[in-house]
Design a protein around this ligand. Structure first.
Ligand SMILES: [Zn+2]
Ligand SMILES: [Zn+2]
Ligand SMILES: [Zn+2]
Ligand SMILES: [Zn+2]
Length: 279
């Protein structure tokens, strides 16, 4: 829709440079942190910063919280039963309370190997599909051990090398699921691969860029374990915004743990835990 000359005039009057007051209309550049203040150029922006700093940081924090606490996108459906797939099989509430309070940052898969085998979905490198655990279970119950429930490819007798090759072929065609899985094999030194955390991180970063919330969660775990809490929080937040409950739970724990040590309380910590428990 074209705007009238009168509307353009109004826009120019409304959109003025926050520093020098020149009416520049839509040609003014908006402050990317607060998305409110507009400027002619970086010189005006720099000159206005001392006056703008406080308001800018406050609005940027509000925008961040709005993004963090809005409803995550709908979960991916299982391609067989068409039910939404949870990212984890167990909920935080199934953990004993003593564990929650004594281990502030909890990674189910690292802490309990048995639970790792109970992931809610299984990735198949033959067709690149992730299938819900229920469909995998019923397919296996009907005698189809080691077959893909979706494309029926037979994985029995495949060597570790063939399994890695299959994953690598899918990595080459930018399949985030295969990057995630191959990264985990590198991380744990499985399927005959040397343990290589750097390689794992590289693959997870690629998968995260392609939108894998699970990769964001794993990056969070690794930065967390390495003590880089700023990067851990960044990746947990990205995962939580994409709907990963475990990442949101860990975020809540991080906030709570930091504030608990300061003997304070945090609404944000409780919000994150409540959202992850409700999921
Ligand atoms: Zn200006
Ligand atoms: Zn600003
Ligand atoms: Zn299913
Ligand atoms: Zn398949």
């Amino acid at each position: 829709m074209n705007s009238s000359p009168r509307q353009n005039l109004l826009m120019d009057e409304i959109l003025c440079c926050a520093d020098c007051g020149v009416a520049g209309g839509v040609s003014l550049k908006v402050c990317k942190a607060c998305m409110l203040a507009r400027y002619c150029d970086p010189t005006c922006q720099r000159s206005h910063w001392p006056k703008h700093k406080r308001e800018c940081k406050q609005r940027a924090a509000e925008l961040h919280d709005e993004a963090l606490f809005k409803d995550p996108p709908p979960k991916e459906d299982c391609p067989i039963c068409f039910l939404p797939m949870p990212t984890k099989l167990i909920s935080c509430m199934t953990l004993p309370p003593a564990t929650i309070s004594s281990v502030p940052i909890y990674d189910y898969e690292v802490t309990n190997e048995d639970l790792a085998s109970k992931a809610a979905k299984v990735y198949y490198s033959c067709c690149g599909k992730s299938i819900c655990r229920g469909c995998v279970y019923s397919f296996m119950q009907s005698g189809n051990i080691e077959k893909c429930p979706f494309c029926k490819a037979d994985h029995v007798n495949k060597t570790d090398e063939e399994r890695v090759d299959e994953l690598m072929k899918r990595v080459e065609v930018t399949d985030a699921g295969s990057m995630m899985v191959l990264g985990s094999y590198h991380s744990h030194g499985q399927l005959g691969l040397q343990q290589d955390r750097e390689k794992a991180m590289e693959l997870w970063k690629q998968a995260a860029e392609l939108g894998s919330s699970l990769a964001q969660y794993h990056l969070g775990i690794y930065y967390d374990a390495g003590g880089d809490l700023t990067k851990a929080k960044f990746h947990y937040e990205a995962a939580a915004m994409a709907g990963d409950e475990a990442a949101r739970y860990n975020l809540g724990c991080m906030e709570y743990y930091v504030l608990f040590r300061k003997r304070g309380t945090s609404c944000e910590a409780l919000d994150n835990c409540c959202i992850s428990w409700a999921s």
